[in-house]
Ligand binder design. Structure first.
Ligand code: HEC
Length: 216
């Protein structure tokens, strides 16, 4: 009898607690600033903005943080220009080459092959045709051109601008230059940048020119 009374008491007590809760009104807030943001919320509605919308289109010519504009246009002329004058802002280093090699395996090897000979799995299975070898003399594969096609894509090859950062595209480009050198039996990027021999890669040439000037 006593237990029954206890149970009834417990039920009544919990019902009376729950029934005090009014979901139409917010609960008591002890430190409201911890819950209510002081600045405008990104997608909030506020009377002072057009359409009461806080999220507005950014002003013209706004660029996202960390974004570097790319000035070469997506055309054959743009690619040729990038091949002749575009240079990598990043130095050839072992770290850059290692990252480049990993990203190459991830994004490019399916078509271009691990060695860059154009015999990736999608090429041998004939899913994509016309995949060139990086050693193809008719193509004149150089850092600037690689960066350009990674950014825009080229015909059957898609753009990698959304999957990779600017730096990552340069790192991949360095690795592609290494693959090209290996296919041609030439020394790789790192060897060249250390040894001081001229190369077909513009960036190594500039780095060398800088070191030569510095040592004079
Ligand atoms: C879906 C298959 C595919 C993938 C994946 C792919 N490519 Fe290509 N790539 C091609 C094809 C096809 C061409 C030839 C395009 C043409 O000339 O019409 C090409 C051409 C190129 C060229 C030669 C550009 C020139 O100057 O002629 C380079 C360099 C290149 N790709 C680099 C890359 C890199 C780096 C990646 C990875 C980020 C990559 N590709 C991923 C298919 C692919």
């Amino acid at each position: 009898m006593k237990t029954l009374l206890n149970i009834v008491l417990a039920v009544v007590a919990s019902i009376s607690l729950v029934s005090c809760f009014n979901d139409k009104k917010p609960n008591y807030q002890y430190f409201p600033n911890m819950y209510e943001p002081v600045p405008y919320e990104t997608y909030g509605e506020y009377g002072i903005f057009p359409n009461q919308q806080q999220a507005m289109t950014p002003p013209e010519h706004t660029v996202p943080r960390g974004y570097t504009p790319y000035d070469y246009e997506n055309s054959t002329a743009g690619l040729e220009l990038a091949k002749t004058e575009l240079q990598s802002p990043y130095e050839v280093s072992e770290e850059n080459l290692v990252v480049g090699s990993q990203l190459y395996t991830l994004y490019c090897a399916v078509c271009h092959g691990d060695k860059g000979d154009g015999k990736g799995i999608l090429a041998t299975r004939e899913k994509f045709l016309g995949i060139p070898s990086f050693a193809d003399p008719g193509r004149n594969i150089v850092l600037g051109g690689i960066y350009h096609v990674e950014t825009y894509g080229l015909n059957a090859m898609g753009s990698y601008a959304s999957q990779t950062s600017e730096k990552e595209r340069w790192q991949i480009a360095m690795h592609v230059m290494d693959l090209k050198a290996a296919l041609n039996g030439n020394p790789g990027m790192l060897e060249l940048s250390n040894a001081g021999t001229p190369t077909d890669s513009t960036v190594v040439e500039t780095n060398l020119a800088e070191t030569n000037n510095a040592s004079e």
